[in-house]
Design a protein around this ligand. Structure first.
Ligand code: C5P
Length: 226
């Protein structure tokens, strides 16, 4: 057993717009645990591949890119959102767009790209604990995690949440386009052969449709405290 295997992990998986990001951050803050935003890693690789002008379906080239891209998370000086540095460039804003989400989803279906990111993800498991946010945290990366949650919400509600988030960040999108993009991304994430989006058999399933953030946070904390 490696020393890190005694560190508790709470996995929070689910589709885009299920509230995972916000909920994971709040739960990690409350518990005083570290946070792994695994989606940001896939977004960063998709972004780096785009910057290099790679064809996103070129498995060999994108895998090399995943192996060599330097990704760093940096706490914001003002206590705001964590910044993501990709090969030294602050790409936080670029990574939030739906274009970056679609690029991430495209490269995430390549098994060797996923493999290239495994060690980096395992490295986040440090005392006193880890909240791991993603699609395959409870099924593939931390299958032995003691606490697992799968968050979801109706597609219409998820599109509305993402719309509000992107609007607040000043990004121009229409609700109808966003809902189509989210459904297409979810369909691809759920149907891929490697690490498809699906709840771990031992995950607590929470449908957050119509629930406020505080209510969901309380339900997730209850899983850890039970
Ligand atoms: O969570 P987020 O929207 O940032 O993830 C972007 C994309 O990265 C997802 O649509 C998915 O294709 C991919 N991803 C993944 N496995 C993870 C996290 C994200 O395949 N653990």
């Amino acid at each position: 057993m490696s020393p890190s295997s005694s560190v508790p992990v709470l996995t929070i998986d689910g589709p885009s717009g299920s509230g995972k990001g916000t909920i994971s951050r709040r739960v990690a803050e409350t518990l005083g645990w570290r946070l792994l935003d695994s989606g940001a890693l896939y977004r960063a690789v998709g972004y780096a591949a785009g910057m290099e002008g790679l064809d996103l379906s070129d498995a060999e080239a994108v895998t090399r890119c995943a192996q060599t891209t330097k990704i760093r998370f940096q706490a914001a000086a003002d206590g705001g959102d964590t910044h993501v540095l990709v090969n030294g460039h602050d790409a936080t804003d670029e990574l939030r767009t739906e274009t970056a989400g679609a690029a991430a989803s495209a490269i995430a279906s390549i098994p060797s790209v996923r493999q290239a990111l495994v060690d980096m993800q395992l490295g986040f498991r440090k005392a006193p604990g880890l909240v791991a946010d993603g699609r395959d945290m409870g099924t593939v990366i931390f299958p032995e995690a003691p606490f697992k949650v799968f968050l979801t919400a109706s597609a219409a509600e998820r599109a509305k949440r993402r719309y509000k988030q992107l609007k607040e960040k000043g990004l121009g999108v229409t609700l109808a386009t966003l809902q189509r993009e989210i459904e297409a991304r979810d369909a691809r994430d759920a149907s891929r052969t490697v690490a498809p989006l699906k709840p771990a058999a031992d995950a607590v399933f929470i449908d957050t449709t119509g629930m406020g953030i505080d209510e969901v946070v309380a339900k997730v904390l209850a899983v850890v405290q039970s």
